[in-house]
Design a protein around this ligand. Structure first.
Ligand code: IPE
Ligand code: IPE
Ligand code: MG
Length: 229
């Protein structure tokens, strides 16, 4: 595949964990755990393919309304990742960033996430970005309120600088697994000119081969940004 056609930034909406577990007559937490495993593999593979930024939609602001039991299971997975797996990520020369409002998470989880970000190597060739308690609407509201407090009138650049994604390129490609064709509050401002790729594959089954299919599809797209070719 033409290396010039590898997306710099891929957004990944990791949907379908619950249905994957249900098909196996297992609790939803089993699906989330399998999803975490799939995410780790995809991050390694994306890096190997030359992607520079991978943003994984891990928890939306709306997901926080799910039952406590499910959220507790997800928090345990975050604990596991940010104690066990994060060192491996760093040792592979990859960095880590978090976008979203993590202030409302359990104290120990929040501390682990903050440390994960603090200890991340800088200026890496690859950054894995976790969107946790992330929602585009609350991200935009936060930015607007910050500007109002500062008495600032914003232009597009100024607004971008107040978003969690400050300093990152916009996503070139957004992949959503699990069959739904929507963004569900993920990077809505940043996705203005993103290419979208939807697949019915449930996230725990989304492997390197499926990721390649998305890259191949992306490589065929013609990005015009409103202009005439
Ligand atoms: C996505 O999988 C992961 C999170 C939202 C945390 P779901 O949990 O939404 O799985 P489905 O859509 O119910 O299958
Ligand atoms: C989107 O999936 C959020 C994540 C994958 C983290 P949802 O399952 O929450 O989205 P909806 O409810 O189907 O739109
Ligand atoms: Mg879902």
């Amino acid at each position: 595949m033409d290396v010039n056609k590898i997306p710099l930034h891929v957004g990944l909406i990791m949907d379908g964990n619950g249905r994957w577990a249900k098909k196996r007559l297992m609790p939803r937490s089993y699906g989330h755990s399998a999803g975490m495993g799939a995410m780790i593999k995809i991050a390694e593979y994306a890096k190997a393919r030359g992607v520079k930024y991978l943003t994984v939609y891990t928890l939306s602001t709306e997901n926080l309304m799910r039952p406590k039991e499910e959220l507790d299971g997800l928090y345990s997975l975050f604990r596991k990742y940010f104690t066990k797996n994060v060192q491996k990520l760093y040792s592979q020369g990859a960095g880590l960033k978090i976008i979203g409002d993590i202030s409302v998470l359990p104290d120990d989880v929040r501390t682990l996430l903050e440390n994960g970000e603090k200890n991340s190597p800088e200026n890496c060739g690859f950054t894995l970005i976790f969107a946790i308690n992330y929602g585009s609407r609350s991200e935009l509201l936060r930015a607007v309120n910050l500007a109002v407090e500062r008495g600032e009138k914003l232009d597009e650049k100024g607004l971008s600088a107040l978003l969690y994604t400050d300093g990152m390129p916009d996503p070139d490609l957004i992949i959503r697994t699990g069959g739904e064709m929507r963004l569900s509050n993920f990077l809505c401002f940043q996705a203005a000119y993103s290419e979208l790729y939807f697949t019915d594959v449930l996230f725990p089954d989304f492997d390197e081969k499926e990721f390649d299919k998305a890259l191949e599809d992306y490589a065929k797209r013609e990005r015009r940004y409103g202009k005439i070719k």
